[in-house]
Design a binder for this molecule. Structure first.
Ligand SMILES: CC(C)(COP(=O)(O)OP(=O)(O)OC[C@H]1O[C@@H](n2cnc3c(N)ncnc32)[C@H](O)[C@@H]1O)[C@@H](O)C(=O)NCCC(=O)NCCS
Ligand SMILES: Nc1ncnc2c1ncn2[C@@H]1O[C@H](COP(=O)(O)OP(=O)(O)OP(=O)(O)O)[C@@H](O)[C@H]1O
Length: 198
């Protein structure tokens, strides 16, 4: 089975590309959704987080806003949080991959915002990086409710630059030329790799 990694900076079109892969019939694992599940009532991250960050757990679930305030701006605290969350996300991902292998899938997609930062590319055969010109990225992100110039620049400062992601990519997926173009680019690669799709 081929494992595809899918990543990209904020607003570059990662979620859109993940949906295009889904529409083509490929199974997609969403790392962000996995974290949300881990933080919910009964989620596997709740107990270890309540030990390290007691004030961030309320009514049996992790309060993301409180946790964010505790870890963003405190490198040691963020490291502690990652040491709790990342192994649990990897476990969820590995279960997903095992299931797809059992189902004799030819390919599966891992949608991971921090793919390079967490070393996730090592389990991927090919890494796709979604990318668009910086002005489009800005336009897209600033159109979101509650987003400001200063929030955007602080997020961009924390992320690996788009240029570096593109340098590490096996395949750069353009998302600035319309959805139809991105779909065509994905289909072309899948066809070359012999992965049948819808
Ligand atoms: C601290 C948390 C609870 C804040 O949640 P919240 O919903 O308020 O913000 P959100 O998750 O949307 O993140 C806000 C911004 O910070 C960035 N960010 C999130 N985690 C990290 C991290 N570990 N390192 C660098 N940037 C990060 C995101 O990419 C995003 O741009 C959450 O981000 C978290 O649990 N992070 C640690 C786990 C992690 O590494 N997740 C990334 C996917 S595996
Ligand atoms: N392939 C594409 N073609 C045309 N427009 C696109 C494409 N991908 C994304 N967009 C536009 O960019 C916006 C942001 O895309 P999306 O939500 O997929 O980004 P993202 O990378 O998942 O963002 P984040 O990392 O912030 O969650 C979308 O609302 C859409 O309007």
């Amino acid at each position: 089975m081929l494992v595809f990694g899918l990543t990209g900076s904020i607003g570059m079109g990662k979620s859109t590309a993940a949906n295009l892969f889904r529409r083509l019939g490929l199974p997609v694992h969403d790392a962000d959704a996995a974290v949300h599940k881990l933080f919910r009532n009964g989620g596997a991250a709740v107990a270890p987080i309540s030990r390290r960050f007691p004030e961030a757990v309320r009514a049996g679930a992790v309060d993301r806003e409180t946790l964010g305030k505790l870890v963003f701006g405190d490198a040691a605290a963020l490291k502690d949080l990652e040491a709790i969350v990342h192994p649990l996300v990897r476990r969820d991902r590995d279960r997903f991959l095992a299931l797809q292998r059992r189902n004799r899938r030819k390919a599966a997609v891992l949608d991971v915002p921090l793919l390079f930062e967490t070393g996730g590319e090592t389990v991927c055969d090919y890494v796709f990086v979604v990318s668009a010109p910086a002005f489009l990225q800005r336009q897209r992100v600033l159109a979101r409710p509650g987003m400001t110039e200063s929030r955007l620049s602080s997020i961009l400062q924390k992320q690996m630059p788009d240029r570096e992601k593109r340098l590490r990519a096996d395949i750069v997926l353009p998302t600035g030329l319309g959805r139809a173009f991105t779909t065509r680019a994905i289909k072309k690669i899948l066809n070359r790799l012999g992965v049948r799709h819808a």
